[in-house]
Design a protein around this ligand. Structure first.
Ligand SMILES: Cc1cc2nc3c(=O)[nH]c(=O)nc-3n(C[C@H](O)[C@H](O)[C@H](O)COP(=O)(O)O)c2cc1C
Length: 261
């Protein structure tokens, strides 16, 4: 595939993957792509765990679903992230960032705005939104043939110091290389972030993965091959919109936004 085409087609997969293991060859290609990322002094501070074991995937899925349900039921999720939610194409077009909530079960649709609104916790709970999202998330993770943990070597990753920042940049670039490679391999990838938001849950995952003291667990992903016509989750969103050049690029100084044309 053309390189720019790969960049344009890279995206987050919200839906399920095929029930087919990711070949060892493809797993190693993903890891090679990661390792080709730049890093300060070629320090390669990233580490990865490839997780295929069913019991481990199910445990991580259980933790992912539970934390999703908890964060939503407690209102923390919507409180923290409300500013990124868009509810119509027009709203999305006006902002050109955030995520467009464009898929809701029919009984929820009349309440779209209220669901995500400031005083909607009671309604959310009545409509069982935390359970729906939690269950769907657990199923999506458990049904993903490959989970990937990204870690950093703590000798390099020293938060507050420049090497901490450099390590984060390097890991971000390594992960982007993996993400782009999934496009070439007909695969999809999605962040599993809710366990990170609940410190005890994150500790559970660290124990499950036997993360040693000298490594820091930074992020978790689910991966797999994409079905040709992927079904959408019951509650879903899309986020392919991007800002115009004039909204994020300047010419020479911050005083002059770049023109769009
Ligand atoms: C630091 C970071 C955290 C993210 N967390 C999540 C997440 O928890 N769940 C999810 O589905 N996507 C997550 N994403 C993916 C973004 O939502 C996604 O990249 C963005 O909406 C743009 O959509 P696209 O990747 O399809 O282009 C995360 C991305 C980044 C860089």
């Amino acid at each position: 595939m053309e390189f720019l085409e790969v960049i344009r087609r890279r995206k987050t997969t919200n839906g399920p993957f095929l029930d087919r293991p990711v070949s060892k060859e493809h797993q190693h290609l993903l890891m090679e792509a990661a390792s080709r990322a730049p890093s300060h002094f070629n320090s390669q501070p990233w580490r990865f765990i490839l997780i295929e074991d069913q019991a481990k995937r199910e445990k991580i899925a259980e933790i992912g679903g539970r934390t999703m349900q908890q964060l939503i039921a407690e209102g923390r999720f919507f409180e923290r992230y409300r500013r990124y939610f868009r509810f119509s194409k027009e709203e999305m077009e006006a902002h050109r960032d955030g995520i467009l909530i464009d898929q809701l079960p029919a009984p929820l649709r009349p309440f779209t705005r209220q669901i995500m609104g400031p005083s909607a916790l009671g309604l959310l709970r009545t409509l069982r939104v935390p359970q729906i999202l939690g269950q769907d998330n657990r199923k999506l993770i458990a049904g993903s043939p490959l989970l990937l943990a990204a870690l950093l070597d703590r000798e390099e990753y020293r938060p507050g110091e420049l090497s901490g920042f450099y390590s984060l940049l390097a890991l971000g670039m390594a992960i982007e290389n993996i993400w782009l490679t999934t496009v070439e391999l007909g695969m999809g990838i999605q962040f599993i972030s809710t366990p990170m938001e609940v410190p005890q849950a994150w500790e559970e995952i660290k124990r499950l993965l036997e993360v040693p003291e000298h490594l820091e667990l930074m992020a978790l992903y689910r991966l797999g091959y994409l079905p040709s016509e992927p079904p959408r989750p019951r509650i879903d969103w899309q986020s392919h919109q991007r800002k115009r050049l004039s909204q994020f690029v300047f010419r020479e100084t911050c005083a002059t936004p770049e023109g769009d044309g």
